[in-house]
Structures are given as C-alpha cells and as structure tokens.
Design a protein around this ligand. Structure first.
Ligand code: FAD
Length: 393
C-alpha cells in the first residue's frame, strides 16, 4: 500500500463512494469537486437491495438509511386505462429473498449520507470548489491540474466526473454520450399536493404509448418525485433546462384522468435528452481509472445508474488493495464490472422499447404482465438485486 493519496475527480455519488471504499481499505484520499459545495441537486433515486448492500460495504448505510422512504409496493399500470397490471410487495418476504431492503430517496439525501460517512473518516480530504482541468500521468503517479491554476499529485486518479467526463479522454480518447431517442422530465413537488387518487406510498410505473411515467415519495415523505420519459430527441443534447408542466401534460394527452391530473400538478419539470455511453475500449490507463457514469452511463429505466457507481466503488477499492500493482488492480476491477454494467445498459435501452409499446404489442405486454406471478417477475431481477461484493467475481 502506498502513502501517496488516491486523487478522486468528482464528488457525486460515485466519487464519494470511491473515496469511502478506498479509505476503508486504508488508502489516503483527496477528493476534488468542481461545485463550491457538494451539490444537493437531482431528484429521486430508487435504491435496490444491491445498492443497499454496496452502501453497507462502504460503511455508509447507517448514515443514508434515516433519509430513505420505505415504499409499500411497486405497481405497474396501463397509462391509458389506469388498470393495475402487476403488483410487487416490498415487505419482509422481498427483503428475505434479496437479503436487503428496497428503498427510495432523494439524490441529495444519498449524497449527504455519503458525505457524513466521508467526513467521519480522517483518511479522506474533501475539496469542493476545485474544477479539474487536466490530468498528467507520470511514471510514479498522476497530477491533476485545476481551473484555479493549482495542482495535486497522487498515486493514481479515480475519474468519477459523470456522463460528460472530461478525464475520460485521457483514458480512451474523445467518446461522447449517445442520445437514445428519449426525452426525460423530472418533477418534484410537496407530497401534500399529490392528487388523492394516486397511491403515494407506492413506486408506480405507468406504461403509455411512446412514453412512461414513474413516481414515488422521497425526502422522508416530504416530497414526491415524478419522472416522465417520452420518445423523441431534443435539438440540443445539453444539460437540464426547465419545462412547464403544460408541455408534459400535452405530451401525455390521451392518458387516464388520474395520471393526467398528476402530470399537471408540479409547477415545472426539468427536461433533458436521455443518453448513455457506448462500450469504451478501456476503463483505465496506467494511472487513471474511470468509475460510475464516466465509465458506463446508462438510461435510467432499470434505476441502476447510481447503484452501479456504488458497486464500482466497492470493487475498485478491493481490487487495488489486493492486487500486487495498480495495473492488476484496475484490470481486476474492470474485469468484474464491465459485463454487468454493459448488461444493465443494454437492458435499460430494451426497457424503453417495452415500456413505450403501443397497439397489439402493448396488449400482449399487458396480458403477459397480468399473467406473470410477482415471484416470477422478481426471479428475473435476481441477477441485479442479489449482487454482493463476494459473488461479483
Ligand atoms: C431521470 C433519472 C433518474 C435516475 N434514477 C435513478 C435511480 O432510481 N437509481 C439509480 O441508481 N440511479 C438513477 N439514475 C442515475 C444516477 O443519477 C447516475 O447514474 C449517478 O448520479 C451517477 O453518479 P456519478 O457519481 O458517476 O456521476 P454524477 O452524479 O454526475 O457526479 C459527477 C460529479 O463530478 C463533478 N464533476 C464533473 N466534472 C468535474 C470536473 N472537471 N472537476 C471536478 N468535479 C467535476 C460533478 O459536479 C458531479 O458532482 C437516474 C438518472 C436519471 C437521469
């Protein structure tokens, strides 16, 4: 183990998780986040059992759990008729089947839980307000240069700087996110404004022709998170921009009254182009390794992006600790993560086609959902939810 610190670029979910993982294995870590404070932005996240298990392994679950909401059930509904197609209970049998619970939370809450855990660990130095401009690799380590002209040296760099990663280029050249023909809207509103017809304690998925809507409570039952996805492309693939709820309601005209009323309820939504990353030729160079969305950004339709970043952090920390050298550590990490994250990316793309079907395909899908036992539906998710650090590779 080297005394030189690991440098982590990006203080989102993946960066903070990587810092925690490395520090728990005894490595000193210096983390650099471009925002002046660790930004409590974003909206709801579903935390599936594999995510809970990763958080436990990072020593952060205790800090995150108090912020999480326990939803009672997952409902799949037809967005046009409102009919319930499938119901999955999230109580004790679910927890027993997967060895950990299913929770929902706000991204800000997950981030503050990770931050609380990071602040308790003296091996982690947190540096907000430091935008990384460049990375240089040297025979004995790596150097980050910041927008303010300063620099930092360390043993290696973990690039956790998100889907639009600047550091990715140092590892595998210029590879940009690929728009996937879907526009995403996120809305957040106080829970008490949710129309009474909506079962606010559930995670509900409404399947509509050319789109779908997911919603659930967050922030200790204070707020309600709505994500709507619609087939289409925006003129620009940039970051989020506000969109009036009238635009969302218009896009989902023809849906049942309950859903239509709900979509009209938030004052505004945030809108952006859904995109993911193609398979990268490699995830690391000699001193820089990619993690989270920087390595394998995915469409959000399996609700696994943040969870994959947490799993990455657990495995990267373990592999660089137990391997004889960094190269072998990075190789072990990529070897255990690449196939799983590629499968998540591929199935997320596929889910949008299934969720957004219309006509006879939608009728067949709905019939299948009605006839499928919840236990069978859950069985098909075991490869995602039953992940543990021990069975990962
Ligand atoms: C609509 C939607 C719903 C989602 N729902 C879920 C869900 O239910 N469950 C789930 O698990 N995931 C979900 N996700 C995915 C999840 O939000 C992302 O996968 C996750 O946030 C990725 O974490 P990350 O740390 O890799 O990147 P980010 O969260 O993007 O963090 C990157 C960080 O790096 C910083 N940074 C960037 N550039 C620099 C620089 N040059 N210098 C310094 N710092 C820099 C940024 O400021 C940021 O803090 C959803 C995503 C979307 C869009």
């Amino acid at each position: 183990m080297t005394d030189h610190p690991f440098l982590v670029a990006g203080g989102g979910i993946g960066g903070l998780a990587a810092a925690l993982g490395l520090a728990r294995h005894g490595h000193p870590v210096r983390l650099f986040e471009q925002s002046p404070a660790f930004e409590e932005v974003g909206a709801g996240l579903q935390m599936s059992p594999n995510g809970v298990r990763a958080l436990r392994s990072l020593g952060a679950w205790e800090a995150v759990e108090p912020y999480c909401v326990i939803p009672s059930e997952i409902h799949l509904r037809d967005g046009i008729t409102g009919a319930l197609l499938q119901r999955i209970r999230l109580g004790k049998p679910f927890e027993e089947q997967f060895g950990a619970p299913y929770r929902v939370c706000h991204r800000a809450d997950l981030l503050s839980g990770l931050l609380t855990a990071a602040r308790r660990n003296f091996k982690i130095e947190l540096n907000p307000g430091r935008k990384v401009e460049a990375v240089a690799e040297m025979p004995s380590g790596a150097r980050l240069t910041f927008a303010d002209g300063t620099s930092a040296d360390g043993a290696a760099v973990v690039a956790a700087d998100g889907i639009r990663s600047r550091l990715r280029e140092a590892v595998c050249g210029s590879i940009q996110p690929t728009p996937r023909g879907v526009i995403l809207y996120r809305g957040l509103m106080p829970l008490q404004r949710v129309p009474p017809e909506i079962e606010a304690d559930c995670v509900t998925l409404w399947l509509c022709p050319r789109g779908h809507v997911v919603h659930y409570p967050v922030s200790n039952w204070r707020n309600f998170n709505i994500v709507a996805a619609l087939d289409g492309d925006l003129a620009e693939c940039g970051w989020q921009a506000p969109a009036p709820s009238a635009e969302v309601a218009r896009s989902f005209s023809g849906v049942c009254e309950d859903l239509s009323n709900l979509l009209a309820a938030p004052a505004t939504f945030q809108r952006w182009q859904g995109a993911d990353l193609p398979a990268l030729p490699r995830w690391s160079s000699s001193r820089v390794v990619l993690l989270g969305d920087a390595a394998h950004a995915t469409l959000p339709f399996l609700a696994q992006g943040a969870v994959m970043a947490l799993e990455d952090a657990v495995i990267l920390a373990r592999e660089v600790t137990r391997a004889p050298g960094l190269a072998q550590g990075f190789e072990g990490y990529e070897g255990q993560r690449r196939a799983r994250t590629a499968r998540i990316q591929e199935q997320s793309r596929r889910m949008s086609r299934i969720y957004h079907a219309g006509g006879p395909v939608a009728l067949a899908r709905n019939l299948t959902l009605r006839l499928t036992k919840p236990s069978f539906a859950l069985k098909r998710l075991e490869w995602i939810y039953r992940w543990t650090p021990e069975n990962s590779g």
